[in-house]
Design a binder for this molecule. Structure first.
Ligand SMILES: Cc1cc2nc3c(=O)[nH]c(=O)nc-3n(C[C@H](O)[C@H](O)[C@H](O)COP(=O)(O)O)c2cc1C
Length: 158
């Protein structure tokens, strides 16, 4: 962990988590990363587990990585200065674009996951997929990630 952020409890800053678009980071089996803009997300407690539910459409490369790549993801809420990344992450596909290269965003190795988090974000969460399910109501698939670690930047803690 860099000294620009601190570990928090998952539900700290829940309002900030809810009102901002996230960047979800996924990884293929060779270690190649992708990121995607994600609005449809929810933090909830299921039994004794604190979980983020990410809703991802079947057509996304992110869906392929979540089902065929590493069984983890990270959720990152960008700082205000990083908002250009949302446009790139939400309009290009990782199938043919390296979005880390295009945005210039850097990563921080996961403490609990192989998938890294994104540097300089307001909030970041390391998640391991514990369940996924098809939604009959939407064209999006639900991925439930148990939150193994959560971080907030010192900027928002102050
Ligand atoms: C602001 C914003 C929010 C988005 N939220 C979602 C979402 O919650 N779920 C989803 O499947 N796609 C969402 N998208 C669309 C994907 O981010 C977009 O299709 C992206 O290019 C897919 O990248 P990928 O093919 O690398 O996975 C959103 C796009 C934008 C711009």
């Amino acid at each position: 962990m860099t000294n620009t952020r601190r570990e928090i409890k998952p539900f700290d800053y829940i309002e900030l988590f809810k009102r901002n678009t996230a960047l979800i980071v996924t990884m293929d089996k060779s270690g190649k990363l992708n990121m995607m803009a994600l609005d449809w997300k929810k933090m909830e407690e299921i039994e004794d587990k604190q979980v983020i539910r990410a809703q991802v459409a079947y057509s996304r490369y992110t869906y392929t990585l979540l089902t065929e790549g590493i069984n983890e993801f990270t959720i990152n809420i960008p700082s205000n200065e990083m908002y250009h990344a949302i446009d790139i992450a939400g309009s290009y596909s990782g199938r043919n674009t390296d979005k880390f290269q295009k945005t210039g965003l850097e990563t921080i190795p996961g403490q609990k996951t192989k998938v890294p988090t994104i540097k300089d974000c307001m909030l970041s969460y390391e998640c391991k997929i514990i369940q996924d399910s098809k939604s009959d109501l939407s064209s999006h698939h639900f991925f439930y990630g148990e939150i193994l670690a959560a971080y907030a930047s010192n900027e928002i803690i102050k």
